[in-house]
Ligand binder design. Structure first.
Ligand code: ADP
Ligand code: MG
Length: 337
């Protein structure tokens, strides 16, 4: 049985033109859940992870509006809140999608914590924009009052808070979830893990973990989770069919099956934008270089084809069997029984 980690991008949860209602999110997740259920129906063990950018943005805005009445919580708590919120959404829709295909599973969201290092250079140069846009004057005030690092977004006209985006080192609950899966729980459960990259924590004194205001890239965290779970496959689903070279130019070329060397060379040449496609490519390379069998970037409708090696940008690890993927062969074998 293959252990497949699927990372859901923003548009699997909420589409760009949506106004942000729960009904819209439910409808979109229902579509996504149909594709996820097909992974389980084909006999694979499924683990789901997801982003949380827009949802954290909304929470921060809500806190700002209510700040005169309700204490403002640390930003990392918003990470935990969205793990619950989106985990609940996935649980609602995926459990019914699974029942519909005759694969009853308990969908279990895990409020995950991810260790980062205080010495990570990202803490010296915050780069990830979060929350509202402000005037230059308001930005100056927020900087002096809260110590926030503010940065101008010239394109969209305004100032925003930027926070560090450190490298995820370890998912704290990973070993326990892996043990549960290794004991066979994957036939009863689908875990939803490291949502939004997991809540960033650093080791404090006396064995306490301390939350930090930072944003962990969900794709890098997905690769880490896939490694810790000893997954065979990592599939990153987003709003484009894969990674392209010459993206947005007349010479644009979408990549299908590529070697890790080739993909790494394109990455170093700067073919994949930092903060969007860049971390996805880094994530799939990281996974196959650490023993993963196959890693794919694809869109949601192609999820099933992606698992069979027929869609998306695909890289295989040294452990992958030559020729058609093992996943595909195992499907044929099952058909013959
Ligand atoms: P997600 O929410 O799924 O993580 P992102 O917006 O972070 O989505 O990343 C997907 C986006 O990456 C695409 O919509 C595309 O505009 C952008 N992108 C940047 N560079 C490339 C590239 N070289 N090939 C494909 N997409 C790219
Ligand atoms: Mg992204």
């Amino acid at each position: 049985m293959s252990r497949v980690v699927v990372a859901l991008g923003g548009n699997a949860i909420q589409r760009a033109h949506d106004s942000g209602t729960w009904e819209e999110a439910t409808r979109q997740m229902r579509r996504t859940a149909g594709s996820l259920a097909s992974v389980v129906r084909e006999g694979h063990e499924l683990v789901v992870t997801h982003g949380n950018g827009p949802q954290v943005g909304v929470l921060l805005q809500e806190e700002e509006l209510a700040a005169s009445k309700i204490p403002v919580l640390p930003m990392y708590v918003a990470g935990a809140e969205t793990e619950g919120q989106i985990g609940f959404l996935v649980a609602q829709e995926l459990s019914s999608a699974l029942s519909r295909v005759g694969r009853r599973r308990a969908v279990i969201p895990v409020v995950s914590r991810t260790e980062v290092s205080r010495r990570d250079p990202a803490f010296r140069s915050p780069s990830k924009p979060v929350g509202s846009f402000y005037s230059a004057q308001a930005a100056q005030r927020l900087h002096s009052e809260n110590g926030w690092t503010m940065q101008e977004d010239k394109e969209r006209g305004g100032w925003r808070r930027v926070v560090p985006s450190p490298i995820p080192l370890r998912w704290l609950e990973g070993e326990a979830i892996r043990a549960a899966l290794d004991a066979g729980l994957g036939s009863q459960c689908v875990f939803v893990v490291t949502g939004g990259g997991g809540v960033p924590v650093v080791p404090g004194s006396g064995g306490h973990w301390v939350g930090v205001d930072a944003v962990i890239d969900k794709d890098l965290a997905a690769a880490l989770a896939a490694r810790q779970l000893n997954a065979s496959d990592l599939i990153i689903v987003t709003d484009v069919p894969g990674a392209a070279v010459g993206f947005g130019t007349p010479h644009e070329r979408w990549l299908g099956r590529v070697t890790a060397q080739e993909l790494g060379a394109y990455l170093r040449k700067g073919e994949f934008a930092a903060g969007s496609m860049g971390p996805k490519v880094e994530a799939i390379l990281d996974f196959v270089r650490h023993g993963g069998r196959r890693a794919v970037i694809s869109d949601i409708p192609s999820l099933s084809a992606a698992i069979h090696g027929e869609a998306g940008t695909q890289v295989e690890g040294p452990g992958a069997p030559p020729g058609p993927s093992r996943l595909r062969r195992s499907r044929r074998t099952r058909g013959r029984k």
